[in-house]
Design a binder for this molecule. Structure first.
Ligand code: FUL
Length: 411
């Protein structure tokens, strides 16, 4: 393959990959019913957060280093968090703000204020809507809902199409994707129709290694092992996103459930295996029935953010450049324990094999051997005392272009 034929990200994909971390926000009827999957029969009367503050959610995302925020505008139960014209099963029929509230708008505005990206999740599977069994009628209904979201809330960075519950069901993807392209051409399309980003295939927040940016297929849902084969107009470049809830296996808030909060160690492991494998991390942090993110979850997010900052914001040394070998000489011997590599993916993903070596006692010693670098590869290892490090690329499909080669000591 010549360098000209290599798949490359679009500008919007490149920007999305640079964001690296998004906060997912599952909130809705389930929050008030201690359940994960409502069947669509819960009364709108139940939706009544006493002190909903989308500003608190989004400020936490910002503080936590998340660059985008995705809200479940409608989950499988069909209850809409915005006053849609398509159904009365929405906030407009709830006691919250006397039916005059709009959670989607509050989130969109908070994201704009905080300067982070906003995205929406709109479940194709709808357990409330009576026309759901009628394919054509539902396609009309769904595209109308989507149009409202695409046109009334400013720029979106991502539209999340969940495959759950839709196994085997065909929607009018050509029309759905056409709307996204028409109204939000820069928004990423998650995993359905003609995706521009793909699901990593699990809900643990971890990517395999290597996790190449190119793919021809991805898993559709947790509930089938079927693979989605890309439609012809999906680009070969389809980076992965890793979604995971901060409370083990719980996307929505549940009472008396702090015990399922992931530990800081769990989150570190997730970070190394998502962002550290070149994928984006989408961490779900769910507001409670007051409409606020509980203190314990917020504190964990802050701890996680502090760890990322402490570990990765001050490289001891950093370089960049083209070619098969890059070397960094230290001013004196140093203990190091992390190396972060980034390819200039605007030129495509070129590296296939690399070796990191450290100079100890005048001898090069191998510390890590890897394959993919892509957007980012984080290598951590037992502290090594050395005076130089070098990156040797032993296999590449075109001349490598390294955007960053950074060395850290977290000890
Ligand atoms: C799954 C859904 O069934 C869960 O409820 C959650 O929304 C998760 C992100 O996707 O497929």
């Amino acid at each position: 393959m010549s360098r000209h034929d290599l798949p490359k990200p679009t500008t919007a994909q490149y920007r999305w990959q640079d964001m690296e971390m998004g906060m997912f926000c599952h909130f809705g009827m389930n929050t008030f019913c201690d359940q994960e999957w409502g069947d669509g029969s819960d009364s709108p009367e139940k939706f009544n957060p006493s002190s909903l503050d989308a500003g608190q959610w989004v400020r936490l995302a910002k503080e936590g280093g998340f660059k985008y925020f995705i809200l479940t505008a409608k989950h499988h139960d069909g209850f809409c968090l915005w006053p849609t014209k398509t159904t009365d099963y929405s906030v407009a029929s709830s006691p919250w703000k006397d039916g005059k509230g709009d959670v989607v708008l509050e989130c969109a505005e908070a994201c704009r204020r905080e300067g982070i990206g906003f995205g929406v999740y709109l479940s194709p599977w709808d357990r409330h809507e009576p026309c759901y069994p009628d394919k054509e009628a539902y396609d009309n209904f769904y595209t109308e809902q989507l149009t409202e979201l695409l046109t009334n809330y400013g720029p979106l960075v991502e539209v999340w199409f969940d495959g759950a519950g839709s196994e085997g069901r065909e929607y009018d993807w050509a029309r759905i994707i056409g709307l996204v392209r028409k109204y939000q051409p820069d928004a990423m399309i998650f995993n359905q129709g003609a995706p521009t980003i793909r699901w990593v295939g699990n809900e643990d927040g971890v990517a395999p290694y290597p996790c190449w940016n190119t793919a021809k297929e991805a898993r559709v849902s947790m509930f089938t092992n079927d693979m989605l084969t890309w439609l012809p107009d999906t680009p070969d470049w389809v980076p992965a996103e890793c979604d995971v809830p901060i409370r083990k296996n719980k996307w929505f808030w549940h009472p008396d459930d702090e015990g399922s909060l992931l530990s800081l160690e769990d989150l570190k492991d997730i970070y190394y295996r998502s962002v550290g494998h070149g994928a984006n991390l989408l961490l779900n942090v769910a507001p409670d029935d007051r409409g606020l993110i509980p203190d314990a979850d917020a504190a964990r997010v802050r701890e996680f953010a502090k760890w990322i900052r402490d570990t990765f914001s001050n490289p001891l040394y950093e370089t960049s450049g083209s070619g098969n070998e890059l070397e960094i000489s230290f001013r004196s011997r140093e203990y190091i324990d992390h190396i972060v590599l980034m390819e200039e993916i605007a030129e495509g993903e070129r590296v296939r094999e690399y070796i990191l070596e450290a100079m100890e006692n005048n001898q090069w010693t191998e510390i890590v051997r890897g394959s993919a670098i892509g957007h980012k590869k984080i290598d951590r290892f037992e502290p090594v005392l050395c005076s130089k490090v070098r990156l040797r690329i032993s296999k590449a499909v075109a001349p490598p272009v390294i955007r960053k080669f950074s060395v850290f000591a977290s000890i």
